[in-house]
Design a protein around this ligand. Structure first.
Ligand SMILES: [Zn+2]
Length: 302
């Protein structure tokens, strides 16, 4: 059955293709990340939103520029606008599962399904209090529920950066996760890709302002006085909106998830557990509020 929204997508996709040059000019670097291949879907969705809800609050004409230095980010104001527009997510409300947009390539769909199946297969013998609070136990059903309670759709986008893997763009649709073509070219371990996916799933929480990032300090140095860099892109993070002040945000919660997998997973390989620990330790560096970081270290027993 052809749903009305599909018709709109098709119509607006055509409309968008005709107007690519002006849109790209107006939005500077937003489309510069995909090696010149312009991914029309998000803008088409933007057009769709404008078209089908003329009486609703306006979709912003512009949004915060992406530096490409790290994961996709949005402003607190954009999250507030999304909440006003779409309403708050019902906490604990079960969605009807997620659907892929029809233009998501089969190999990307397969990778995502395989990754989620991997998460769904995890068993653990214990969980830290913060993990229990956010996810429940360290096990597949809890991780699958966390994801499927939050993400209703998966589409393609370039997420504002040549290095991005996935993103949530609250003002387009706060419960939709976008994947980039890098999802199948990702040269980091699978568990770190899942860290990105669960980081992004946390960003769907309109009831929590979508947990926007915080700007990292300048300078932003590690214990050895060296500039802290993104583990994904190598970019220096000083002054970038790539930090957090709470254990419960997108960086914090996904760090807690990986740390618990590294400590308590009973059916993961040693490599998965070591990778999980490595990436959790790296992302813990993004938590810049000392009390929040201490709360996490205490939670981990470290
Ligand atoms: Zn984020």
């Amino acid at each position: 059955m052809v749903k009305p929204v599909d018709v709109w997508s098709l119509l607006t996709l055509s409309l968008f293709v005709l107007t690519v040059p002006s849109y790209a000019d107006d939005h500077g670097n937003f489309f510069d990340g995909a090696g010149g291949s312009i991914i029309a879907v998000p803008a088409a969705d933007l057009q769709t939103l404008r078209s089908i809800s003329a009486n609703a609050a306006p979709v912003p004409e512009d949004h915060v520029r992406q530096s490409g230095a790290d994961l996709f980010y949005f402003t607190r104001e954009e999250a507030l606008m999304a909440r006003k527009r779409f309403g708050a997510r019902r906490e604990g409300g079960q969605t009807n599962g997620y659907e892929f947009d029809r233009n998501v390539p089969a190999d990307i769909q397969k990778r995502m399904r395989d990754d989620l199946a991997f998460m769904q297969g995890i068993s653990g013998w214990q969980a830290t209090p913060l993990h229990q609070q956010i996810f429940g136990m360290v096990n597949g059903p809890a991780y699958f529920k966390f994801f499927s309670d939050r993400v209703t759709g998966i589409g393609m986008n370039n997420c504002g950066s040549a290095n991005a893997v996935a993103c949530v763009i609250p003002y387009l649709n706060p419960s939709k996760m976008w994947l980039t073509k890098n999802f199948i070219k990702f040269n980091h371990p699978q568990i770190s890709r899942m860290m990105v996916v669960y980081h992004e799933a946390r960003h769907t929480e309109t009831e929590n302002g979508n947990w926007p990032h915080l700007t990292c300090p300048t300078p932003f140095l590690d214990a050895n006085g060296k500039d802290i860099q993104s583990i994904w892109t190598g970019a220096i993070l000083a002054g970038e909106p790539a930090c957090e002040e709470t254990p419960f945000g997108a960086y914090g919660s996904s760090t807690i998830m990986l740390k618990n997998i590294s400590k308590y997973c009973t059916n993961c390989t040693n490599k998965v557990k070591m990778d999980a620990d490595l990436y959790a330790d790296d992302q813990l560096g993004r938590i810049i509020e000392p009390d929040a970081k201490k709360q996490m270290l205490d939670d981990f027993g470290e």
